[in-house]
Structures are given as C-alpha cells and as structure tokens.
Design a protein around this ligand. Structure first.
Ligand SMILES: C[S@@+](CC[C@H](N)C(=O)[O-])C[C@H]1O[C@@H](n2cnc3c(N)ncnc32)[C@H](O)[C@@H]1O
Ligand SMILES: Nc1nc2[nH]cc(C(=O)O)c2c(=O)[nH]1
Ligand code: SF4
Ligand SMILES: [Mg+2]
Length: 210
C-alpha cells in the first residue's frame, strides 16, 4: 500500500532540474516531523514548508499496488504530452515508502524518476535523479546522487562536511521562513566565497506555481 498526500503536475522549481515539467507525487508522512505544528519546535527537522499529513490533497489517496500508482501518475501526466514523462517522488519522506517494485513499475511505464529525500534512508537502485537534502545532525545513509541541496542556514551544519560525498552538484537553498531575505543573502555570500556551491532558488514560489 502506498499513501500519497497529493499528486499534481507542475514545473520542478528547485535544483538542477528546475524548469522541467513533472508529475509531483507527494507521499504522506515523514520520519523527521509528525507534521503537526505543536511538534515543530521539538522535531528533528523544524523548518518544513510542506503539508504532508494524510491523503486528502489533490489526487491523494491510498494505492494498493504499483500499477495503481502508475495509473494515477499517468492520469495526471495526461494524453497530450506523451513523450518525456517525468516524476518527482517527494513528501514527506519518500524513502519510507518508495520501494524497488514501485520504481520498476514506474520505470517500465517510461518515466524519468527523481526523488527528493532527507537522506536518512538508503535509496533503492534505479532512480535517475537523487536529490539529498540533509537536515541538521540527522545521520545520512544516502551519501551519493545527482545533487546535494542544503537548506541554508542551519545551526551546527558545516557545508564543507558534505563535499567529500559522491554528488555531481552541491546547492544551497535559502530557508523559507520570516528571515528569508537574510537567508538569501547568506546563500549569496557563501556561494561567492565557495565556488563548489551553487544557489538553488525555489523558483515555483516566485511565479505562483505549486
Ligand atoms: C518538503 S521536502 C520533502 C522531501 C524530503 N523529506 C526532504 O526533506 O528532502 C522537499 C524539499 O524542500 C526543502 N525545504 C523544506 N522546507 C524548506 C524551507 N522552509 N525552505 C527551503 N526549502 C525547504 C527540503 O529541504 C527538500 O529539499
Ligand atoms: N514546483 C515545485 N518544485 C519542487 N521541488 C521540490 C519540491 C518539494 O516539495 O519536494 C517542490 C514543490 O513542492 N513544487
Ligand atoms: S525531512 Fe523533508 S518532509 Fe520531513 S519535515 Fe523535513 S523538509 Fe519536511
Ligand atoms: Mg515544496
């Protein structure tokens, strides 16, 4: 059984695939926060910008089999854009539910598969684009992929600690909170001084996309 908060079509807003049309499949649930506001201050991840609780969002629900998930993805992708199918599995934490059976079925249906993960769980094989976004001191078990995208600033985190890991690109993404302007300046300042790092702006929020 796979539980999704929502499944919708949009342009990838972040990182090295920004601008690409994707089905976003947002799994319900996370291992670093309950999703309840009263738990945020004590959560292992306390700056989340996303509602991932329950299955009540757009096209959300509980899907018994991989084939049911593929049918839901295809319904959102639609008939008019057959070529270039692409999906981003996010959440919540997708690696709590995304298993090799689902990856195989989605791959067989022709999708380029991307994942947005906090990196605390190892990703199954077969994902085309792995984005790991570390959260504070939570230990990483997925230490390779296409991009590491660190929300910045974070207390007790040194970006240079990640540079030995096997990622093709390293991004800093300004933390969206009431101090966002200062956070954005902090990312700019860091990237100006540290050429291995690139800035990832959450472009979907700038243009009114979901
Ligand atoms: C909502 S998370 C879901 C996937 C996964 N749990 C993770 O944390 O990577 C999707 C992306 O949004 C980023 N994100 C979450 N809250 C944010 C915030 N307040 N500002 C900027 N990026 C944020 C995460 O770091 C991650 O890269
Ligand atoms: N447009 C858009 N791009 C995104 N990239 C990562 C997102 C996420 O919440 O995982 C996200 C999202 O929520 N919307
Ligand atoms: S790990 Fe990801 S989904 Fe979970 S609370 Fe943090 S940002 Fe949100
Ligand atoms: Mg988001």
């Amino acid at each position: 059984m796979y539980s999704f908060k929502e499944i919708f079509l949009t342009l990838q807003g972040e990182g090295g695939q920004a601008g690409r049309v994707n089905v976003f499949a947002r799994f319900a649930g996370c291992n670093l926060w309950s999703g309840r506001e009263q738990d945020r201050a004590t959560a292992a991840c306390d700056f989340c910008d996303t509602d991932f609780v329950g299955t009540d969002g757009e096209n959300g629900g509980r899907f018994p089999t991989p084939a049911d998930v593929v049918a839901a993805l295809d319904a959102v992708w639609g008939e008019g854009r057959a070529a270039g199918k692409a999906v981003v599995f996010t959440g919540g934490e997708p690696l709590l539910q995304l298993d090799s059976d689902l990856i195989a079925a989605v791959k067989a249906a022709g999708y380029f598969i991307a994942v947005e993960t906090n990196g605390t769980l190892k990703a199954p094989a077969g994902i085309d684009w792995v984005c790991v976004s570390p959260k504070g001191q939570n230990r990483l078990h997925q230490t390779s992929g296409q991009e590491l995208k660190l929300v910045w600033p974070q207390e007790n985190v040194d970006p240079s600690d990640f540079l030995e890991m096997q990622f093709e690109r390293f991004y800093l993404q300004p933390k969206d909170n009431p101090r966002q302007a200062a956070n954005t300046q902090a990312v700019i300042d860091y990237c100006l001084l540290h050429p291995q790092w690139r800035m990832s702006v959450q472009t979907h929020k700038l243009v009114g996309l979901k």
